[in-house]
Design a protein around this ligand. Structure first.
Ligand code: TYD
Length: 265
């Protein structure tokens, strides 16, 4: 069973990443790819309980380290219960926020050292790193206005009142700079998307990136098969799959006869 692909969405408040994560999961399903849509904090029963604590305005103030440890406690369970089993079963996982959020919210913007966060990431996440991370970039003022306009929409419970949205403007500027720095430092994994466009235009751009990587994925699969066939010619036969089914069947029968039926009465 080939492991599924792990795609994460990141961005500041109101950047549209939850909408885009849903649109991508829907589109993958149409393409016949079984995709699980999940989110952080949350995504498993325990992690959802931790989410409620983290986003509850009544939760007493605490350090960036305490906060990061809670996000990582939730993430460890989310990986164990939801993400890793899905990937192992060949399903794709689309996650709305992941460890880059901790790097920027608790790290760059919250002041926690990169060393501390790197250690947590190695302990909890490695080797389940996303193959692709889509950063939806939007000027913080525009994003916050969108997040407020969205109000108490069902399904985004607590969003309007969550303590992260109520931080000062500099905090949100630091978030954005943090995301841009990660995208620049890890171009293999990260793609920066302008979040200011219309949702459909953004969805098409995202699909383009996923397709390019998807086709690379199928090419790598093919190269893998060709390498096995070359390395084990005693056992393997390469058949051109482009012909008519009858022609291919006749060729296969020829191989079966020559290799397996010689001497069989
Ligand atoms: P949520 O309502 O899901 O916000 P959004 O729609 O912006 O994703 O609330 C999640 C909040 O938690 C959000 O403000 C970002 C913050 N967060 C962190 O600070 N660190 C993390 O590691 C994660 C996953 C989220």
């Amino acid at each position: 069973m080939t492991r599924g692909k792990f795609i994460t969405f990141e961005g500041g408040e109101g950047s549209g990443k939850s909408t885009q994560a849903r649109l991508l999961a829907d589109r993958l399903k149409v393409r016949g790819i079984d995709a699980v849509l999940t989110r952080e904090p949350g995504g498993s029963p325990f992690a959802e309980r931790v989410r409620a604590l983290l986003l509850d305005p009544a939760t007493p103030s605490h350090s960036a380290l305490s906060e990061a440890l809670l996000f990582y406690a939730a993430r460890a369970d989310h990986l164990d219960k939801t993400i890793r089993p899905a990937l192992a079963a060949g399903r794709w996982v689309i996650c709305d926020r992941f460890s880059d959020s901790t790097r920027v919210y608790q790290g760059v913007a919250g002041g926690l050292s990169g060393d501390a966060l790197g250690a947590l990431e190695r302990l909890v996440v490695a080797p389940t790193q996303p193959e692709l991370t889509l950063f939806l970039d939007l000027a913080p003022g525009d994003g916050l206005a969108r997040a407020r306009a969205r109000g108490a929409t069902p399904g985004v419970a607590l969003a309007d009142t969550d303590p992260f949205e109520r931080r000062d403007p500099q905090f949100h500027e630091r978030l954005r700079a943090g995301y841009l720095a990660i995208a620049e430092a890890e171009p293999q994994r990260c793609v920066l998307i302008d979040g200011a466009g219309a949702p459909d235009t953004i969805a098409a751009e995202i699909w383009g990136h996923v397709e390019r990587r998807l086709s690379q994925f199928h090419e790598r699969l093919r190269a893998g098969y060709l390498a096995i066939a070359e390395a084990e010619p005693q056992r393997c036969v390469l058949i051109d799959g482009a012909g008519a089914p009858d022609t291919i069947a006749a060729e296969i029968w020829g191989h079966v006869e020559r290799r397996l039926l010689q001497g069989v009465p």
